[in-house]
Ligand binder design. Structure first.
Ligand code: PXP
Length: 258
């Protein structure tokens, strides 16, 4: 196959199901292994300060066993937080966690502690100055840095100037347009142009949020797309078809399995 977009499976929802009881089941590491055996190229987690899904200990457990790329995403300014649950370690702060684990990639996201899920990218005109030393520090540890972004071309330019290796395009608006079939082509064109601009600038292109088996094939025609990270829809599909089959189905959408 000529096209190669990596699939990084986000395991937050596996942890969310586990956390609904005082149990170790379903195991995040076991499900990571199922994804890897089924051909996933990477594993993503988004450890939030309240540890409502992925916990600090999950990050360390995954780091020990992963044979594929580990991507940790979150707000670099998220501070330490005491755990209010028995047997769950305290949250050390996002950057302290990442610096200790040293994943292959760290995706910085401008979410706040109370947000249900990430729903916008950075405004780098506002937060560029605070991100710059963070990007440098992560680089000094050998960690690739991606910034969660919208499709604004000036912002992508700024991401490059700040030294980010990649941007992750927030695909919520694309998924919404696809579902409602409103303005789909004009919104898709913005993402396509963002891909072209990223290539011209020499910054890598990732994407994620609300991607699913229906909307991914069109999105994956963006030639510069290096990686998608998919969690919610993958978990929903896994309930119907099994996690290994779901991973296969997403790889098919990316043109990687027959
Ligand atoms: N990218 C980022 C920055 C996210 O926060 C999330 C959700 O945790 C995803 C991608 C994956 O989104 P979804 O769960 O809708 O596939």
């Amino acid at each position: 196959m000529s096209k190669k977009t990596d699939l990084s499976v986000n395991l937050n929802k596996i942890a969310l199901i586990r956390n609904s009881r005082d149990t170790t089941s379903p195991s995040v590491t076991e499900h990571a292994q199922i994804c890897i055996d089924a051909g996933a190229d990477g594993i993503t987690v988004h450890p939030r300060p309240d540890q409502r899904h992925i916990r600090v200990d999950d990050c360390f457990d995954l780091a020990k066993m992963l044979s594929v790329e580990f991507n940790i995403e979150g707000n670099p300014l998220a501070a330490a937080m005491k755990s209010d649950r028995n047997g769950v370690s305290d949250y050390p702060g996002f950057l302290d966690l990442v610096k200790e684990i040293k994943p292959a990639q760290c995706t910085l996201v401008p979410d706040n502690n109370n947000q249900l899920t990430s729903d916008h990218g950075f405004d780098l005109f506002e937060s560029g100055d605070s991100l710059s030393p963070i990007i440098d520090e992560l680089h000094s540890l050998g960690i690739r840095v991606s910034l969660f972004m919208g499709t604004d071309l000036e912002q992508i330019n700024l991401a490059k100037q700040l030294g980010a290796d990649r941007i992750e395009l927030y695909t919520g608006p694309y998924a919404q347009a696809f579902m409602n079939n409103t303005n789909l082509e004009s919104i898709f064109r913005q993402f396509y142009q963002a891909g072209e601009t990223a290539a011209e600038l020499g910054i890598g292109l990732n994407a994620g949020h609300d991607l699913n088996l229906h909307n991914l094939p069109k999105f994956a025609t963006i030639p510069q797309l290096l990686e998608v990270s998919i969690g919610h829809a993958m978990t929903v599909d896994a309930i119907k078809m099994g996690l290994d089959n779901a991973v296969h189905a997403y790889q098919q959408c990316l043109g990687k399995k027959d």
